[in-house]
Design a protein around this ligand. Sequence first.
Ligand SMILES: Nc1ncnc2c1ncn2[C@@H]1O[C@H](COP(=O)(O)OP(=O)(O)O)[C@@H](O)[C@H]1O
Ligand SMILES: N[C@@H](CCC(=O)OP(=O)(O)O)C(=O)O
Length: 372
Amino acid sequence: MQSVIHAATRIVVKVGSSLVTNDGAGLDHAALDRWAGEIADLMRRGKAVVLVSSGAVAEGVKRLGWNARPTALHEKQAAAAVGQMGLCQAYEQAFSAHNLKTAQVLLTHEDLTHRTRYLNARSTLNTLLALNVVPIINENDTVVTSEIRFGDNDTLGALVTNLIEADALVILTDQRGLYTADPRSNPAAEFVHEGQAGDPALEAMAGGAGSSVGTGGMLTKILAAKRAARSGAATVIASGREANVLSRLADGESIGSQLVATSDRMIARKQWLADHLRLAGALVLDRGAVRAVGEQHTSLLSIGVSEVQGDFLRGDAVACVDEDGNEVARGLVNYSSDESRLIMRHPTRDIEALLGYVGEPELIHRDNMVNV
Ligand SMILES: Nc1ncnc2c1ncn2[C@@H]1O[C@H](COP(=O)(O)OP(=O)(O)O)[C@@H](O)[C@H]1O
Ligand SMILES: N[C@@H](CCC(=O)OP(=O)(O)O)C(=O)O
């Protein structure tokens, strides 16, 4: 079995508290340096990578000289605020050794459920990736209440995977991957190499909460795989202590537990697009384009667009409507509304002369489009 990471071009890597802080002993700089080197390697191979890192609370606890992770929310928030400083500095330093810039992105649940904030988070992350900057994401612990906490970063990793439509989520933890039972308490537990995300049998294996340093345990990782699969992404759960784990996964080596999406990736991705993306504008299609997109399921080219409605950015979701306003399809547009207005009614070969550059040849690629 070849690792899905080999073919993946957009990857979310999540590292848990126990790894980042060496089981609560303080930031594990050597580990951070290793992951930075491996992520730089993935980027050299043309893969875009977002890092979701836990460890703020654990590092804050260490810096404040407390001897245990607090239970009161306000104390966790204070610890996270202290620890996040160290986390950021450490990543900035680790990536600068590879001439890479990092960006701190702190998200809350509301940021990913509120439409405008969701689109803002999405375009900020897409812009950072286009700039070759490594986004380092954590929960914005300072402002969340207990009811709206992600609480564990496995869930946050999955939501970010959906948000940027990554192909894969890699969850690095302190175990080799998923076992049939918690290997800490059950030495007979067997390793699970492959499974289907969303399979209820996996949830039964995952048992209860995790370590005293991390929060989620294996269950949140299994549920994260299920959530990531909704936008068609596969999840790999592997040990962050395994040498060259990310580079070897990118080579195709089968390491850790690979949980694949059950439905066809393209169908899952299209379904997710249809459910989750609110529309930022519309493209009016001429009759030929309505036929091509609606019946032959082709990509939408600029020549078939007769009008552009609304203001949108590259990557936003827009409706494709016929001249009577009936929606034929929706999808993620490759050009902004201003650019689309300039290139509409023109063939693809004119794009470069009209805009001064050419991004993608199609206005909406068929993989990013769903018929309605
Ligand atoms: N079936 C299982 N397979 C592997 N680990 C499991 C399983 N069930 C529970 N666990 C526990 O989950 C822990 C990892 O979760 P956690 O401590 O929250 O890590 P992280 O900080 O990486 O998110 C493991 O150390 C292990 O004890
Ligand atoms: N936002 C928190 C992460 C919560 C947490 O512990 O997550 P995890 O270790 O992934 O189970 C922090 O940075 O400490």
